[in-house]
Design a binder for this molecule. Structure first.
Ligand code: GLA
Length: 717
């Protein structure tokens, strides 16, 4: 992980689209940025048609002037490659590069992301424009960071993609016998005799093959990663001192395996738009930030990167020469290109503050949501931004700087709204800039987490299969429930991928970890045997990495460590409940659990499962493993996980914090910073804390009162 060149302290700013405005607005933009203490803006994300108005015509003059202006104003630049939105001329010239849906519909130009990442023409054009940007701005003193593309995630089912998929499958399975075996193709006469018979999982008559669908999702992630890597390598060659990143899209849509991508970016950067305006927004914020930090931690461990993963950087155009790094645009442009400027080559490795990651986009106010837009009430923008900083983000960036006059996202909020700078939102933006300045020192502190929650994008994909026993299985919901109840109980959480080491965590929670490879099962066994504490929930361990069910009883790969054998599933109808001996009621799911070494800590009470174990505990070696066979309500789930945390010797971050107050600590040696967020509408007193509030300069001795909807950041001691 590396840090934007020439930037000290926390980043503040957002997407800046000067190409949407006449030049006289640019000067006002920079003046307002200075007022708000903005120090980093992302420029050019969707500017391809302005940078290359025709196949053989380039126009960098305006961008030269923008970068010079920003540099003169002390604002650094995350320079984007514009490849997420090919210009109209490109789609007209290369209709084969327009994306095709699973139903076989070729989409038209007119929105964004209208490309196929496997189309040779698209990849060549993307390399060309990225290479020209690199060549032109490699020495520009404002350049702090490369921002490749935007939110990679577009899948295409065209023939280019089919060819690339087959190449990838050959690399993964080696021969057709192994592929047939992995996909269980003897079911429904799907056995393949020739690679050419395999295509993307396009629309079909009835249920698709789950192994095929899962490998397709993996392929899409790898294919997009290859497209990213191709641009990254061009940029790295031109500017070895400037880190390269791309912004991850989060939410209910999971197009790529971000944990895997972390190994290929210099800085993990996420976009985060909670889908809920209420308490759910705070939960989603914490969840996203903990995920981002965990991905950054993976990226900081190059030795642990997945050695088997292969990148297909060949979209079928290997004879094509690489993009020219020299600019050939109009002469005389680019006054700012002379000299390296300050901070040259100053990209830094991770400091004591832990692996670097950055909140690259968030909404200052209104955000799109199904049905209507949500308005953030006063104070929430700062609270969400600082909640990301508390969890390790090296700043807070927004989409976007200035609200557009038109275009598809005309009502998306901005730091400078349609109302202009004389507005609540801009005033809050100015306050946030000042707050981030005052918090610069927290960057030295690393976030502490003692609980690890399993996270695997492939499990999410596999659990989206239509042939599962319940339509109510939602991996994101399962994982976020574990995170939510632990957060409410005051425990800090990291996320771990299946190949991450577990030893650093006294407690590991695996919600619905459906796909478990032999190596992962072995890692979990060793962890518990050595004294670790494990909680696994239903559906964990059921299938192998190809989504083939492990025979002999669920939870397959984890039967021995959990000491149970599940004979049957009993999925529950909507609204149906299974009463437990504890008085709690399970929902969504239940099972016939047989004890095989474990003891029952709660049983089903009544109904067909009356008296059968529902929650179990198993001593395994020096450790303990709990199994949860139904979806507990939050309160009961929280009790269970808090109990497991206590058994593992973990204390909450701030034991005295009242409900509604969230506490996160960052630490560096003897120094520590305690963030206290009051999500409530009344002021809340937090006892047994001491230190100076960096936001107000006021000292707290023995207790502090956090204003309603407010934040306190104590330098403890
Ligand atoms: C994403 C994109 C932005 C913008 C916002 C709107 O994060 O990267 O370009 O579309 O969503 O929510």
């Amino acid at each position: 992980m590396r840090w934007p060149r020439g930037l000290d302290g926390l980043c503040y700013g957002g997407d800046y689209n000067p190409e949407q405005w006449p030049e006289h607005v640019w000067a006002e933009d920079v003046a307002l940025m200075r007022r708000a203490r903005v120090n980093l803006v992302t420029v050019g994300v969707f500017a391809w048609s302005r940078l290359q108005p025709a196949p053989d015509r380039y126009d960098f003059g305006w961008l030269d002037r923008v970068l010079d202006l920003l540099h003169a104003g002390g604002v650094r630049v995350a320079l984007a490659t514009p490849t997420a939105s090919p210009p109209p001329w490109f789609s007209a010239a290369h209709p084969d590069a327009l994306p095709v849906t699973a139903d076989g519909v070729r989409l038209t130009h007119g929105s964004r992301d209208t490309y196929c990442a496997s189309a040779p023409a698209y990849r060549a054009a993307a390399r060309d424009i990225a290479g020209r940007l690199a060549g032109r701005y490699r020495d520009h003193p404002a350049l702090a960071l490369w921002h490749v593309h935007n939110e990679y995630g577009t899948a295409c089912h065209c023939d280019h993609a089919a060819r690339a998929f087959r190449r990838w499958l050959r690399g993964r399975h080696g021969d057709l016998d192994r592929l047939n075996e992995a996909w269980c193709t003897s079911f429904w006469s799907q056995r393949y005799g020739d690679w050419a018979e395999i295509g993307p999982p396009r629309a079909t008559r009835y249920l698709p093959n789950p192994g095929h669908a899962l490998d397709w999702r993996r392929f899409c992630s790898e294919e997009l990663l290859a497209a990213y890597v191709e641009q990254r390598d061009l940029l790295r060659t031109a500017t070895p001192g400037v880190p390269v990143t791309t912004n991850y899209v989060l939410g209910g849509w999971v197009p790529v395996d971000h944990a895997r991508w972390a190994a290929e970016v210099d800085l993990v950067a996420i976009d985060h738009y909670p889908s809920d305006a209420g308490a759910g927004a705070e939960e989603q914020t914490a969840f996203a930030a903990d995920l981002a930090r965990s991905w950054a931690r993976r990226a900081a461990r190059p030795a642990d990167r997945d050695p088997g993963a292969e990148l297909d950087s060949d979209p079928g155009v290997d004879s094509e020469p690489g993009a020219d790094l020299e600019s050939d645009s109009e002469p005389g442009a680019g006054a700012g290109r002379a000299g390296g400027g300050e901070g040259d080559g100053a990209a830094v490795a991770d400091g004591p503050g832990g692996p670097a990651w950055l909140l690259m986009e968030s909404a200052p106010n209104l955000i799109y949501a199904p049905g209507r837009m949500h308005t953030k009430e006063p104070g929430r923008m700062a609270r969400h931004s600082l909640a990301h900083v508390a969890r390790g983000s090296r700043g807070a960036m927004f989409f976007q700087w200035r609200a557009p006059r038109g275009g598809a996202e005309v009502f998306h909020s901005a730091l400078v709204p349609h109302a202009g700078p004389d507005s609540r939102v801009f005033r809050e933006a100015v306050e946030l800039g000042a707050a981030l300045d005052r918090l610069a020192e927290v960057d030295a502190g690393a976030v502490q987490a003692s609980v690890a929650i399993g996270w695997d994008a492939a499990c999410w994909w596999a659990l989206q299969s239509p042939g599962l026993p319940s339509g109510r299985l939602d991996y994101l919901d399962e994982v976020s429930a574990a995170h939510r109840v632990l957060r409410r109980a005051g425990f800090g959480c990291d996320f771990v991928a299946p190949d991450d080491p577990l030893e650093a965590y006294p407690l590991v929670v695996l919600p619905a970890l459906y796909l478990v490879a032999d190596e992962t099962a072995e890692r979990v066994r060793r962890y518990v045997a050595a004294g670790g504490h494990l909680v696994a929930t239903y559906l964990s361990g059921v299938a192998d990495e190809y989504a083939r069910v492990r025979l002999g009883g669920y939870p397959g790969a984890l039967r021995d460590v959990l000491g149970v054998r599940v004979e049957e599933f009993h999925p529950l109808a909507s609204g149906e409940r299974r009463r437990l001996s504890t008085g709690d009621e399970g929902r969504h799911w239940s099972e016939t659990v047989r004890l095989a070494g474990a003891e029952a800590v709660a049983r089903y009470a009544g109904g067909v499962l009356d008296g059968e174990p529902a929650l179990t505990r198993h001593r395994y070696g020096a450790g303990t493993a709990w199994y949860v066979s139904t979806r507990l309500p939050d309160e009961a789930y929280g009790r269970l996980l808090a109990g497991a945390a206590r058994a593992a010797g973990i204390a909450p971050t701030c034991p005295g914090a009242p409900p509604g107050v969230e506490a996160v600590r960052r630490r560096s040696g003897a120094a520590s910073w305690l963030f206290l967020f009051n999500h409530d509408t009344e002021p809340r007193r937090v006892p047994a804390v001491a230190g100076e509030d960096l936001l107000t300069g006021v000292r707290a001795e023995g207790a502090v009162t956090v204003p309603a909807g407010g934040v306190v950041v104590l330098r403890e001691g």
